[in-house]
Write a protein that binds this ligand. Sequence first.
Ligand SMILES: *Cc1c(COP(=O)(O)O)cnc(C)c1O
Length: 365
Amino acid sequence: MTRLLLGPGPSMVSPRALASMSQPLLGYLDPQLFEILKKVQQGLRQLFQTQNEVTLALPGTGMSGMECALGNLIEPGDPVLIGAIGFFGERMVEIARRYGADVHVARAEWGKPLQPEQIQAALDQKDRWKLVACVHAETSTGVVQPISEIAHLAKSCGALFVMDAVTSLGGLPVKVDEWGVDVCYSATQKCVGAPPGLAPITLSESAWQAIANRSHPNRSWYLDIRLLWDYWNEKRIYHHTTPVSLFYALQEALKMIEEEGIEQRFERHRQVASKFYQGASALGLSFCVEPEHRAPTLTSLHIPEGVEDAPFRSRLLNEFGIEIGGGLGDWKGKVWRIGLMGHSCQTDHVKKLLQAMETILHGNH
Ligand SMILES: *Cc1c(COP(=O)(O)O)cnc(C)c1O
């Protein structure tokens, strides 16, 4: 049975994008491959809503994006502020520590966004900040953060702003240039519609300068953005073997986004999510996040009293072929996470999910 992937990722991939991967391989210096990479760059600039020249896709999943963004900017001792509101924000904290930053954290309770005043209060505690980083849509809770305000505060004190757009890029507006995001990264398997294995990333001129001015090279060789960029720019210097088939799929997925229209795509995510909200409420389920802070791409629901998490989700998977996510960290065993992203985000999938949930929760009618 084909799985309906309605969890926090990977999401489903369209037959078109899947089929594209069965094309014969190209060498990593083949001009035909460079044509594909150029189209991928153009598509990514549109999705990120940026003019940034340094826009590419890293070989690796979303975590490679997180590590690349932080690792290239941070030098030992750099003061860094992370706005953490869940599991992925905490990973930023951990990575920044490993790269030797002087890490400060502004936290909000799980299920809530950060208040810009909290960020301001944290920023007031030091004269100089290297960077401020936070997650746009926190996948452990389904909260969207007030990014443009946070980015503005970061810029006002001269810090660079880093944003994780893993669960937003391709599903809700990500406006890198307008918001003033210096480094933004994502992953291909959530809202973009391609398989896992690539991490789109884009860097502003200021971020690039900060990296060029480092006093020591990045500790990670594989994720050194300057080495990576020397393959994407006209130098075409070998760094690693390009995962060619994944780029076929990403190119196809980006083509499909262009055909659908970016605004229409966001509208589809909003509408399908709102169908799900209605249906879930009708089943008596309650939401972990207030409507105004909810990401359309990921919804967390409280597991109803008397229902056991693991048996429920295995019935959903084994009897209905539907995958949803359980809770992470503090919310393990307490919530379900439903992802409606990219190709998974369809009204028909919502209907199937609600019917299956109803059958398991209330028995057959
Ligand atoms: C999934 C996710 C990641 C990590 O991506 P992987 O592809 O699993 O490495 C990072 N940040 C957020 C917000 C995510 O949802």
